[in-house]
Design a protein around this ligand. Structure first.
Ligand code: IVH
Length: 698
């Protein structure tokens, strides 16, 4: 049975761990765990909160409304593919579109080609399937052939009727755009302030629609405008206009500016009218879509690749302005990413004063050839972050911008990893912006697990200059008296903290290695490395060998870059010689130990702590030599910890149940694996019984 204090600890861990995974997923786009494992953490959190409602934390992940769009929505095959559109930018492109239609249909040059014209809404397209008038399925566009099932979420959108009005055909798929109005977007971001905010209404709409929990979608002000149809058992009309008006009668909204025109000139006039009203429209649009009105012509015109020949999107030019590029600064993110930022002479672009613009990365600066002192064109498109799109006067006499080779914050080397555009500071532990994050990670439950050293205390000690790197944590006792004099600290809490720190002087080597936050070295990789290398000095020696290997490996005569890279990566993976540990880990280890600051921080740390040699399968137990499968939701430990326990007891932890399985540990809500174990007559124990086996082994 989990005690209340264990549950509180676990909830604290889950809040921090889930927040960390959110950051990895969203800010770094480099998740460490699978969606399934992420969901398991969320489920565990929810189950514990249901059992101990009094312990629900203010920072509980279940309260995170800005929550994560999941990669786990079910897939839906579209009955008819969802197409995209070709673009037109100039008036001539529109005239050419109409001329092409005439040519294709072999119509006389003066034949009237009626078109519909309507705004191109900046949202995400969605297909709504009605059967016998009832909404049965809603899916996102996805790749056009297969989308994601968002039925439950779409049911929360007020613009979308659950039942079509009047007598609708037996099967009718309405297609259109799910979007968020500008004002609703601004209000939502205000509400989310402090949490994750969305960059623009389109992202907000996408993030809100692609939620696993439709309760979150329900709280988001999503709207819908129809712009077409998919599979239908009967087409209610002979023209685009007829069918769109029928869709309107079925109860779905159409854009107000939907019109029928009979010439390219009239289409362009409508384009200009919509463009003029753009700022006053309640939602973002990025152009006007023209479609051939006659459906028999649409049929004959068909499609090329994934865009119909009978439709075209006439895009608005992005709003632009000229200004002076005063300077290029480098910003360092909390994860070490270096981003160049253009400092501009303030200029108004589309009603907004812009004084900074992103230059994205080193490639972009080079592509533009931007130098401080240049006159540049800034553009503000749908996205909120303005960009530099063009350099007008290139100051050849001025020095070109030199991308720093070292982090402007800490001076460590900044490197670009293979296949990546971003340059990252390798300073890790010593870089001020990354320090907090790294220290937080170092003491977290999955790493050193120092109780009582939360984010607030880390912040406080950083501020005081007492801690800069992990080793400093072990020297905090020197500040005992000063700490006692500070607000919020009492003898009990100070001693509790110092005792918790002392208790970690002989930490598990894998947790310590993981705690250093070396890229790509998660707990599983740390453990895999230590199984082979046993001690941290041996890991350090491995890193030294990898650095030497990188330096000694040079391209052969005539060997191109990618071949050389492959050869080097292979050599690195071979040198490591550990299954499941590849060259990315090798490069990360080499980068980390190539940096003298990191080496110093590492040496300093190892002077404070002495992790025992990493031991595997030493303890004899009733499961030694057996194969164990964990299934369902474990409440008192993570799956990783359970597997590590099994390994420590000399058992093998397997992922699936088969005849070779000796024992299944079934947590809450265990499903198919439990069933299979029962069918095969395999011994099944509860999480508590497993804990007893572990305890008995000592
Ligand atoms: S028609 C076969 N009409 O733009 C034609 N699309 O760039 C398919 N969009 O995936 C689309 N407003 O998400 C059409 N009035 C409109 C639109 C519109 C926005 C989106 C739609 C489509 C994308 C293509």
């Amino acid at each position: 049975m989990t005690t209340e204090s264990e549950a509180a600890d676990r909830l604290e861990f889950l809040a921090a761990e889930i927040a960390r995974h959110n950051r990895l997923y969203h800010d770094r786009d480099s998740p460490e765990i699978s969606d399934a494992d992420y969901d398991a953490l969320m489920r565990e959190n929810k189950a514990l909160e249901e059992r101990f409602p009094a312990l629900i934390r203010a920072d509980s992940p279940s309260k995170l409304v800005g929550a994560v769009p999941s990669g786990h929505l079910a897939k839906v095959q579209h009955a008819k593919p969802m197409l995209s559109l070709d673009n037109a930018f100039a008036d001539e492109d529109v005239a050419e579109f109409v001329a092409r239609v005439r040519r294709f249909l072999a119509l006389p040059e003066d034949a009237e080609v009626a078109l519909t014209a309507e705004p191109k809404i900046d949202g995400l397209s969605c297909s709504l399937r009605y059967e016998k008038g009832k909404l049965v399925q809603a899916a996102t566009r996805g790749d056009g052939a297969i989308g994601e099932d968002v039925t439950a979420n779409v049911r929360t959108i007020a613009d979308i009727p659950q039942t079509l009005h009047g007598a609708a055909p037996a099967v009718f798929e309405v297609r259109g755009e799910v979007y968020m109005a500008k004002a609703d977007f601004a209000a939502l971001n205000d509400k989310l302030a402090g949490e994750r905010v969305f960059a623009n209404p389109r992202n907000a709409a996408a993030g809100s629609l692609r939620q696993k929990d439709s309760k979150i979608t329900a709280e988001r002000p999503l709207r819908f405008l129809a712009h077409g149809w998919g599979e239908v058992s009967e087409v209610p009309g002979e023209t685009q206009t007829d069918v769109m008006r029928a869709i309107e009668r079925f109860g779905l909204p159409l854009a107000k500016a939907f019109v029928r025109v009979t010439s390219a000139e009239a289409a362009l006039a409508h384009y200009r009218a919509i463009e003029a009203s753009r700022a006053d429209l309640p939602f973002d649009i990025d152009g006007v879509v023209y479609k051939v009105d006659r459906l028999d012509w649409q049929q004959r015109l068909g499609q090329v690749a994934r865009a119909p020949r009978w439709a075209i999107a006439h895009k608005f030019p992005a709003e632009k302005a000229q200004t002076l590029l005063r300077a290029i600064d480098i910003q360092v993110g909390r994860t070490g990413k270096l981003t160049p930022v253009a400092r501009l002479e303030p200029v108004t672009v589309g009603g907004v004063v812009v004084s900074n613009a992103t230059l994205h990365n080193a490639d972009e600066i080079e592509r533009l050839g931007a130098r401080p002192g240049d006159r540049v064109v800034v553009q503000r498109a749908g996205d909120v972050i303005p960009q530099i799109v063009e350099v007008l006067t290139r100051g050849e006499d001025r020095p070109a911008f030199v991308y720093p080779t070292h982090c402007p914050v800490c001076g460590s080397e900044a490197v670009r990893e293979e296949g990546e555009v971003d340059i990252r500071c390798t300073g890790g532990l010593i870089c001020a912006v990354q320090r907090f994050e790294r220290l937080r990670h170092f003491v977290s439950r999955g790493a050193l697990d120092i109780e009582g050293l939360g984010e607030k205390s880390i912040d406080e000690f950083l501020e005081l200059g007492w801690i800069k790197e992990p080793a400093d944590i072990f020297r905090l006792a020197a500040h005992r008296e000063e700490l006692l004099g500070r607000e919020g600290w009492k003898e009990i809490s100070v001693d509790k903290l110092l005792t918790a720190i002392e208790a970690k002087r002989a930490p598990d080597a894998a947790r310590l290695l993981f705690g250093l936050g070396i890229r790509h070295v998660g707990i599983v990789t740390a453990r895999d490395l230590l199984k082979r290398y046993r001690t941290l000095p041996d890991i350090r020696a491995l890193a030294g060998d990898l650095i030497a290997l990188r330096e000694a490996t040079v391209p052969a005569l005539g060997e191109d870059d990618s071949r050389f890279r492959n050869r080097l990566d292979k050599a690195i993976a071979e040198k490591i010689g550990v299954e499941n540990v590849g060259s990315a880990v090798g490069h990360a280890l080499a980068d980390f130990f190539h940096e003298p600051h990191n080496v110093a921080a590492w040496d300093d740390l190892l002077a404070e702590v002495a992790p025992p040699e990493f031991v595997v399968d030493t303890i004899a137990s009733e499961v030694s030599g057996k194969t164990v499968v964990f299934t369902g939701k474990l409440l008192t430990m993570s799956r990783d910890e359970a597997k590590a326990q099994a390994e420590r007891l000399g058992a093998k932890a397997a992922g699936s149940v088969s005849k070779a399985t000796d024992l299944v540990v079934a947590g809450a809500d265990a499903g198919s694996k439990l069933k299979k174990a029962q069918e095969l007559g395999i011994r099944v124990v509860t999480e508590e019984e497993w804990a007893a086996i572990v305890a008995a082994a000592g």
